[in-house]
Ligand binder design. Sequence first.
Ligand SMILES: Nc1ncnc2c1ncn2[C@@H]1O[C@H](COP(=O)(O)OP(=O)(O)OP(=O)(O)O)[C@@H](O)[C@H]1O
Ligand SMILES: [Mg+2]
Length: 460
Amino acid sequence: MLERPPRILVVDDDPTFRDVLEMRLERWGYQVKVADRARRARELVERWRPDLILSDVVMPEVSGIQLLNQLREDEPGRPVILLTAHATVEMAVDAMKVGAVDFLTKPLNYQNLRAVVEEALARHRLPDKEEPAPRRKRPASTPESDFGPFIGSSEAMQEVYELIRSVAESDASVLITGESGTGKELAAQTIHELSPRSSGPFIAVNTSAIPRELMESEIFGHEKGAFTGATDARPGCFEMANEGTLFLDEIGEMPKELQPKLLRVLDSARIRRVGGQKEVTFDVRTLAATNRDPRDAVKEGVLREDLFFRLNVFHIQLPPLRDRKGDLPRLARRFAIEFSKKHGGEERRFEDETLDLMEAYDWPGNVRELRNLVERGVVVAREGRIRPEHLPPYLRNPERSPEETGSFRFPEGASAAEVEKELYLRTLDATGNNKAEAARRLGVSVRTVRNKLNAWKIDR
Ligand SMILES: Nc1ncnc2c1ncn2[C@@H]1O[C@H](COP(=O)(O)OP(=O)(O)OP(=O)(O)O)[C@@H](O)[C@H]1O
Ligand SMILES: [Mg+2]
């Protein structure tokens, strides 16, 4: 029996975008129909029964997310890929909640789109009746690859996704641990977005970033005149997170003397501002994170054991990147696409040799380090290829530590501006992004370093 080409429905209110997409998809051999709004899309779904839907998120009347919700109620299981100009964690999680199989940002990278479309069709296309479909036998709750804003399909990450899903529904405290840059904050945001509190605020307080003397008032709030400089009353982060989620980041850095108060507040769900008389109640779910082993922190007397138990009702441990290197190429490619868009120019691709070097590296700074490194690669890569020389020297030469960057050769024909950029980035790599030290080594002011990075739109 001859199989008909897969049918794809494109839903977008922008006619140009629709036409371009239709042309592309047809060139790839698909049957395509287009709809300019959700209502029309639903009619077509019923009459024409597409195998896959590509839908814009932001549309007048009914959004892509709402459309997807309606379609899923009518008939679950049809894959939908959402397209959007501005991806946020919140949107990625919403998309996942309503069952989108993927989430692409505009302007579209067509190479990537093609791969995603093929994968979605291969995986979800309704099987012919007599054919068994082993893949669809997986329980619906088992995520198959990425998860909302998370990239990576390794087994270690699947476990994390499963945990995030299951704790999101409850109101229990969750302690998120993992090395620096493994995605703890991303996990916290995702839990919030998937929880019944998602319409409330998500407030993150980084305990290590607040000066000690301000910590108490940041967390618990203060009344006017509570201390010198308290010219106004201010709510603390518990009050700000009311009806939402409070994320206590770097909990191991919380001053010991504040820990009993924090515990009391958590237990009673009541708070009294610094210098205040009356107690107010609040309704907050707490998530906490630390990049060290919390049990060690307890043993060393840095973290009170009772507070640890209070926060550690559930525990999610994020794996270091070196333990899930299988995810690296996908992460690297997705970041390269993202940063190519940000910095303009054609999409940068990795040469195989570059990926080999990246896979051989240990990634002490985990996904954050990888992101930074891909961004730098995208910025310095010429001809659209990220080659080994676009990596920092310590990746190319593993025996050398990041500190001994030594001398390097610039690619022939590089302009002075490119060489300058490269030099700044290498110096920042070598100093672990310490701008003051980088400025010293470069013989410029810290302000110059900041200004250059701003001009290059690089965030270190
Ligand atoms: N699995 C992942 N997929 C995509 N992006 C990720 C993933 N994990 C982390 N990131 C990204 O890496 C960066 C670092 O993540 P995040 O801030 O959540 O790490 P962290 O564990 O809180 O680090 P730290 O301990 O240094 O605070 C962020 O830009 C985040 O979006
Ligand atoms: Mg963090």
